[in-house]
Write a protein that binds this ligand. Sequence first.
Ligand SMILES: [Fe+2]
Ligand SMILES: [Fe+2]
Length: 159
Amino acid sequence: MAEAVTTREELIKLLNEDLAREYQAIIAYVVYSQALKGAEYMNIAAELEVHAGEELQHAITIARHIDYLGGMPTGTALPVTLSEDAEVMLRADLDNENDTVRNYRERLAQCEALQEYAIAEDIREILRQEQEHQIDLATALGENVPDVSRPRGKARKKR
Ligand SMILES: [Fe+2]
Ligand SMILES: [Fe+2]
């Protein structure tokens, strides 16, 4: 279950955390797409460059909704892991995407609970792209996409 959000102020605060994560993603993808070395990583490097542009669009969308709610979009990014090691870079990206997906799933439920359906709709589309980023990174690392769903209580009853 998503943590309950009852006020616009709480939602603004959480969306600003999302925005700080989007800035982090933009910076990481700009740096990693250019710094990845090695023939085996050229495909994913090109892919990361595409991700950078998508993250910028996400940041603009989230900032627009923060402004719509009456808040001030943050100017601060979460810190970016810098490394010369391709695997460390890809692992950092995947960890961040996992965190992002987990958070947007919560945000979606929270927006709907506040009847902010238009914001929820945009977050749904962002979430779809973040899951594609997860897949691209997990594939580059030769892994399955990790299960980031929250532990749930009882399993749903069968009908
Ligand atoms: Fe994003
Ligand atoms: Fe992403």
